[in-house]
Structures are given as C-alpha cells and as structure tokens.
Design a protein around this ligand. Sequence first.
Ligand SMILES: NC(=O)c1ccc[n+]([C@@H]2O[C@H](COP(=O)([O-])OP(=O)(O)OC[C@H]3O[C@@H](n4cnc5c(N)ncnc54)[C@H](O)[C@@H]3O)[C@@H](O)[C@H]2O)c1
Length: 337
Amino acid sequence: MVSLSVSLTTFSHSQLLHSGAVLSGLQTMAFFTHQVIRGLSSSAVRNAAIKHVTIIGGGQMGAGIAQVAATTGHSVVLVDTNEEILKKSAKGIEGSLKRVVKKKFADKPDAGAEFIAKVMANVSISTDAASVVGSTDLVLEAIVENLKIKQGLFGALDKVAPAHTIFASNTSSLPITDIASSTSRLDRFGGLHFFNPVPMMKLVEVIGTSATSQETFDSLLAFSKALGKTPVSCKDTPGFIVNRLLVPYMMEAIRLHERGHGSKEDIDIAMKLGAGYPMGPFELLDYVGLDTAKFIMDGWVEKDPDNPLMQPSEMLNKLVAEGKFGKKTGEGFYKYK
Ligand SMILES: NC(=O)c1ccc[n+]([C@@H]2O[C@H](COP(=O)([O-])OP(=O)(O)OC[C@H]3O[C@@H](n4cnc5c(N)ncnc54)[C@H](O)[C@@H]3O)[C@@H](O)[C@H]2O)c1
C-alpha cells in the first residue's frame, strides 16, 4: 500500500502533534515547529531514537535504503522529483521484497504476502520534500552526486525541518562538511554511506565532521544498527575508509596495465586467486561505473594534486569520453551483451 501523500495512519501520537495534520497541512506546521524550537540552543535539543525517516532520492541507493528501513519497522517517506520515478522505486522495492519472500517464506505464501504488505505500509512517497519533513527524525539524502544541488536541497530543508531532525548524506565522494555548510545545523549533520546493493551489503560508514555532535553521531550509529547493518566510524576525509583504499587500488591496476605490466584479464585473475577478492579490479570498475570512478578521482586530484595515489589515468579518461562506462552501457574494460 503505497500512497502518494504521507500516510498519517502510521504516525505516532507525538508525530501527529508535530505533523500538524489537524492544522493546515504539514508544511505550515513544519514551519511552526521550526519557529517554536529555533529559540532553543542546539545542545538543548535531544536526539531520540530515529523512527521516522525521510529519504530524498528514489534511485538505486535511496530505494535500497528505504526498503531496509521499512523492513526494520521505520516509517519511511521516499522523495524524488516526479511520481513516475517514485512509482518505479516502489515497484523496485516490492520486487526486491518478493525475492526475499521467495526464500524466507517458501512454504508459506500467505505469510509472505503479509510480510510484503506490512513492509510496504511503512513506505510513503512524495515529490515535495519540504512538505513531509515536519515530523521526521532523519533526512537522508541520496540524490545526484553534485555539491551545489545537495547544498541547495539541505539549505531549503533546514528552514522547515524541526530542530531535532538530523540531516545525513549518502555521498560517496563529496566532503560532508561542504554539504553541511548550507545549513545552520552543523552539529546535527553527518554522513551515512551505504553500499550497493543496500539490502545485501552489511556495512554502513558513519561519518562525523569536526562539528557533528557526539549525540548526533551516536544516533546515526544506533540507526545503522537498527537497520541490521554493521557501522564503522569515519572521519570526513576523501573516500572515508572503503573508497579511500579501493579507488587508489583500482587506479593502480589501470596504471599497471597502462605500463604494459599485465593484461587486464591476468590482473583480474591474479587478484581473485592470489588475494581472494571476489572480483578483479577491472571487473569491479565496470560494475561500479567508469564515469563514477573518474568523477571520484577528478575530485580528489583537484583537492590533492601532488598525492601520487590520486592521479588521473589516460585510459580511464578515454573510455569515459567514448561513453564506455562499464556494465551499464554494455562496454567498459570488458564488453557485455
Ligand atoms: N550507486 C552506488 O553504488 C552508490 C554507493 C554509495 C553511495 N552512493 C551515492 O548515493 C547517491 C545516489 O546515488 P544513486 O546511485 O542512488 O543515484 P541514482 O541516479 O540511481 O538516483 C538518484 C535519484 O535522485 C533523484 N534526484 C536528483 N535530484 C533530486 C532532488 N533535488 N530531489 C529529489 N530527488 C532528486 C533522481 O531523480 C534519482 O532518482 C550519490 O550521492 C552517490 O554518490 C552511490
């Protein structure tokens, strides 16, 4: 059951008080709530457990996070730019749940259908973020990887979200500090970096900036655990932990190949059989997307041009210029049918 507006029936009493559904709509009350609480210093605003989550961006990552949050009993509003995308996201979540049910409830189709209905009842969709954040504990952003657009979104929501609401970004490569700078809630801003596909991948990198309060950080850690994930604590440094190690490794594999020191097939075989990695670096690059890898590397080179681990690659640039982004375009380092 996915409605196009916020499903008020799933709200608790206190959330209803905050939502202002009995007044003149969520947006009005969000503004009212903000006005009431803005006088309090941020340290006076306590972060209770995160129960209601607004996820902005219903793409690969946002839909995956929404599925996991709804499955673990959180009330979720999924926001994107148009209803068509959101309907696709909801359909994707339902399809993914059906695959879970096939395994988990193989002999009990009724229990499986009940499970899906229960999870989907926790998800609402909306095209208007400002109108749905009035009762949310966490705004988690998973939109396009563009600093200005992310800053614009958070800057606007900062004006209408309640003071207790924590903001978090799922960015892979942008500094959380830079994204947070468009808001006035630096102490209630952090990073939650999930991995693709979200329902399968156990890790969440929880990122604190120098301004993130301990209370906010603890809430984000607790939320990650409540999702059934394993969180690790990260500083707001390029690539956090996983990409900081993985991207230079993949780039060095390309350079090794560029120097003529190994074929891509041999390098992939070597890392799978010699290092026990499930995929070789070229297979992984094609899976991640060469455009994404280049985007991350270019950002790092700009910030740290003298770091030998962060250097561009002609081969990668050429493939991206030719539109060969990997699996998603049918060709990257390898060809796909
Ligand atoms: N794909 C990955 O493997 C991966 C892994 C970890 C983190 N991330 C990060 O997650 C974020 C999203 O990545 P993705 O792969 O899900 O992208 P995606 O392109 O699949 O989805 C992005 C969605 O955001 C929507 N969107 C764009 N601007 C919007 C706005 N202003 N308001 C509401 N919705 C908006 C788009 O319509 C789209 O549906 C990026 O910051 C990316 O760096 C991606």
